[in-house]
Design a binder for this molecule. Structure first.
Ligand code: NAP
Length: 297
């Protein structure tokens, strides 16, 4: 089975490449700009024709949640139009697509974890562009899997875990939002899940499975809980044990609104594919072990 991953330098794209290489059996070709640019519509069919994949995974996105508020055109161009164009080009080559979306499609007003059939109601530009991207992918390619994930982090790239490790060196205490609830997701765990799903599709029993799934780390926490776990797990790597001071969303205004609850119920993924991501705390431990270096003071 050959997988073409759109996006090469992103957290998930790198994780997919690394995990496929570590496990063997699955050939992953990850291509980003300029070879595969979701804004350059001609590049997409050209790359698909050259690679001849059995599955396309869209790990490319405009992910700057706050910048999107003042840069909506760019966010929609990549997250809606680019995703749709990739799905259409895959369909034209009789190839299914696995598209990655976000927990932020929900407004956060539900008390429990969200299931796939819950109504989406994004509260920011990035989130709206991602929701419209889901619709564009589904319209363009009937053989689609849309995986909504959350709070993604890896040993590389720009993410909350790496920011907290740096700040623990720089500040005597960490003031972190404690009234937003979600599922930290280790990119390598998500990559493993995607590779397992791809293997199931390759088994040729995939016809009934197309649709939307939630795929996030097991358990739940707040950003403050996530931060405390990161700092504690960093102790073995010499990270100063800065205390985490819980604050509210109102204490830390940002351009984009975020849902207070974006917890994802991932049982449909488990029922359909037998795939469940490990508990989020395990992801934190593994990620910190994988870091080549922790930021120095
Ligand atoms: N990060 C999170 O917390 C989070 C949470 C929920 C869902 N997600 C979703 O998970 C997926 C993976 O996220 P991530 O954190 O791995 O993203 P990331 O690290 O920000 O990487 C995004 C990648 O997309 C590429 N890209 C942007 N515009 C492109 C274009 N026009 N053509 C081709 N590639 C383009 C970027 O390429 P360059 O390197 O060239 O800039 C970058 O490599 C995304 O769909 C995201 O929406 C992320």
């Amino acid at each position: 089975m050959k997988i073409l991953v759109a996006g090469a330098q992103g957290q998930l794209a790198r994780a997919l490449l690394g995990q496929a290489q570590a496990r063997g059996g699955m050939k992953v070709v990850a291509l980003g700009r300029p070879q595969l640019d979701l804004l350059d519509k001609a590049s997409i069919p050209r790359v698909i024709a050259a690679v001849q994949p059995d599955l396309v995974v869209n790990a490319a996105a405009y992910t700057a949640v706050d910048r999107a508020e003042s840069d909506a055109e760019a966010a929609f161009a990549v997250n809606r139009d680019g995703a749709g164009a990739l799905a259409a080009a895959a369909a034209a080559s009789n190839c299914p697509i696995l598209h990655v979306s976000t927990d932020y499609v929900f407004d956060g007003t539900k008390a429990e974890a969200y299931v796939e059939t819950d109504g989406a109601n994004p509260v920011g530009v990035y989130a709206r562009s991602k929701l419209e991207g889901e619709a564009a992918v589904a319209a363009a390619n009937p053989r689609h899997l849309i995986l909504r994930t959350a709070w993604l982090y890896a040993p590389y790239g720009q993410n909350f875990l790496r920011t907290m490790l740096r700040l623990a060196h720089e500040r005597p205490q960490l003031r972190v939002i404690a009234d937003q609830h979600g599922n930290p997701t280790y990119a390598l765990h998500l990559a493993d899940a995607i590779l397992a799903i791809a293997a199931r599709l390759g088994d040729d029993n995939g016809e009934a499975v197309w649709g939307t799934y939630h795929a996030a780390g097991g358990g739940e926490t707040t950003w403050a809980g996530f931060a405390a776990a990161i700092v504690a797990a960093g102790a073995r790597r010499g990270v100063p044990q800065a205390p985490v001071i819980p604050i509210t969303t109102a204490d830390y205004p940002l351009p984009a609104k975020r849902p207070a609850n974006s917890r994802l119920d991932c049982s449909k993924l488990a029922r359909t594919f037998g795939v469940r991501l490990p508990p989020w705390q395990q992801g934190v431990q593994e990620c910190i072990e994988q870091l080549e270096s922790v930021p120095a003071a």
